[in-house]
Write a protein that binds this ligand. Structure first.
Ligand SMILES: Nc1ncnc2c1ncn2[C@@H]1O[C@H](COP(=O)(O)OP(=O)(O)O)[C@@H](O)[C@H]1O
Ligand SMILES: O=P(O)(O)OC[C@H]1O[C@](O)(COP(=O)(O)O)[C@@H](O)[C@@H]1O
Ligand SMILES: [Mg+2]
Length: 335
């Protein structure tokens, strides 16, 4: 790699934490050390950047980090950073510490924050870390695989008891605005139906009819997966099912349990690659870029372009689900 002007970089995690964020931190630090670059860990996301809350990181301070869930740098959502005054203070911290480049790990909100910093001349690289998998320029975001597996593990347990009592289980998984997690988990655990925010929900067609069909085919227990972002959430969906079918319907909200735990192999490996790519880009003098994964390759996009892209739902997965469960193609919202 060519001789670089980059001597000191910062790394931070922001927004909802995701399994694999620690592995990104480790990779950024170890890559930086390898390239003779000093590394500063900014704690608590943009909140820490505003308040100069940091720690120095070296080879040893990130030992054994890949396998740990959560983030050693803590994460936060910062209202203050949404204001110009907050952004001024964050930029002042970068200047005071002499940071030549900043790696931010988080979701779409974190990337919008990086966009602000990039526009104001700070060298930034974004790494996609969110269990929602809702970053448009990347087919995959760090944490998604682990969160899906955690949800599946819980749903398998629920299925045992639902089967014994011949009940209908309505399980709410995370996903503020996006149904990727719900759809993927739904396929993996053989759900009767999946309800997501992208869908123009027709209760009779999308929910009640699949349950009826399953009953006619001999099923006496049912599994419905609802994404958190659906209007009314799992309770509203359960009420509709109860009213239409009189089934004994129970709601389980999986909640933050999905964000914890040791990252899967996929999340550790993706995080390690992306952390390396982030430092490589900074060393090459690149700025205002975000890293993504496309067809098994690691790629980078201009942050402006990345944030203007739209991520569509995996319609093929719906088609396959329909073939297996009798759930018909749903109508998606036109944005
Ligand atoms: N439009 C924006 N401009 C500046 N900063 C933003 C913007 N949107 C989000 N942020 C910052 O990024 C933080 C994390 O965003 P959030 O949406 O909560 O999580 P995530 O990055 O996981 O999607 C916010 O708390 C805020 O400080
Ligand atoms: O932990 P909080 O602040 O309650 O946030 C919950 C939200 O965070 C997430 O787990 C992850 O979303 P982000 O990655 O965008 O922060 C969402 O699925 C969920 O809606
Ligand atoms: Mg987000």
């Amino acid at each position: 790699m060519a001789e670089s002007k980059v001597k000191r970089i910062g790394v931070f995690t922001s927004g909802g934490d995701a399994p694999g964020m620690n592995a990104v931190i480790r990779s950024v630090v170890r890559t930086a050390v390898h390239m003779g670059i000093e590394c500063i860990g900014i704690r608590r996301g943009y909140h820490g950047l505003i308040n100069g809350d940091f720690t120095t990181l070296d080879f040893n301070s990130v030992s054994g980090l890949s396998r740990r869930g959560g983030t050693m740098l803590y994460s936060a959502r910062s209202k203050e950073f949404m204001t110009e005054a907050g952004q001024d203070r964050a930029i002042a911290t970068c200047k005071l510490l002499g940071i030549d480049g900043l790696v931010g790990v988080g979701g779409d909100g974190t990337f919008r924050g990086l966009q602000v910093l990039a526009r104001r001349g700070i060298a930034v690289i974004g790494v996609p870390g969110t269990i929602d998998n809702d970053i448009s320029c990347s087919s995959y975001t760090i944490g998604y695989d682990t969160a899906c597996n955690t949800a599946i593990d819980s749903i398998d347990r629920l299925r045992d008891t639902m089967q014994s009592h011949e009940r209908c289980s309505v399980v709410e998984v995370m996903g503020r605005h996006a149904g990727h997690l719900a759809l993927y988990v739904g396929v993996a655990c053989g759900a009767t139906a999946v309800v997501i925010p992208e869908q123009e929900l027709d209760y009779e067609h999308d929910l009640i009819e699949p349950i009826r069909r399953a009953r006619i085919n001999g099923r006496t227990h049912f599994m419905v997966i609802v994404a958190e972002g659906v209007k009314g959430g799992a309770y509203e969906v359960a009420n509709q099912i109860r009213e239409a079918t009189a089934l004994d319907t129970r709601v389980t909200i999986l909640g933050h349990v999905q964000r914890g735990g040791a990252p899967s192999a996929r999340d550790r490996v993706t995080a390690t690659h992306m952390g390396y790519e982030a430092v490589r880009l900074l060393v090459e003098g690149k700025s205002g870029r975000v890293i993504g994964q496309q067809e098994d390759r690691y790629v980078d996009f201009d942050i402006e372009e990345a944030l203007s892209m739209k991520k569509s739902l995996d319609l093929q997965t719906y088609t396959v689900m329909g073939a297996l469960t009798g759930m018909e193609q749903v109508k998606l919202r036109q944005e």
